[in-house]
Design a protein. Sequence first.
Length: 212
Amino acid sequence: MSIVQNLEETNPQITLLRLNQNQGTGAARNKGIEAATGTFIAFLDADDLWLPEKLEIQVNLMLEKDLVMTYSSYYLMAEDGKRLRNYVEALPVLTYGKLLKSNYVGNLTGIYNARKTGKMYSPVFRKRQDWALWLNLMKKAGPVEGILKPLAVYRKRSNSLSRNKTALVSYNFNIYHEFLQFSFLKSCRYLAVFLWEHFFIKNSQVKSCSKI
């Protein structure tokens, strides 16, 4: 907190926002989106990292190709901050139908153009609100472009949702049934597709850093 306060005092482009109480990640991100005045909206949680050239590369590409949204590959690091020898490779093109099967957008890499879509907010769920946001946005954006170069670093937590298989099933079912308003049977079908996609297809996205 003190670091951000010091930056705020010396840089008028930085604004520190606070919530009176812990309302979850979605509410915190929404407060930032509401206060934002720029064209592009991007996210970075406190335990993750952006590489120095991330914003420049993505914004330049979006301006050059008039894109609504981009996202990128990202490196992985351990809980103690040690860089791991692998990374998650972004899909070159992502469609809404593919995103329905699993969340292929690393939230720390996603950027969208709020001038084109209007401000898009996260539903206030305790988990998976980032996936819901990108699903909503892609209904407007259509297919989006992924950048193969890793532009961020994601910290793997021992208590992450992906490690808790029971919670993962529950939260993803809620996305289909409560957020997207799919019927119970349709939600079950999509959940089965998600489990296959998440545990078998997405594993192929994890690459060795030696291949970069």
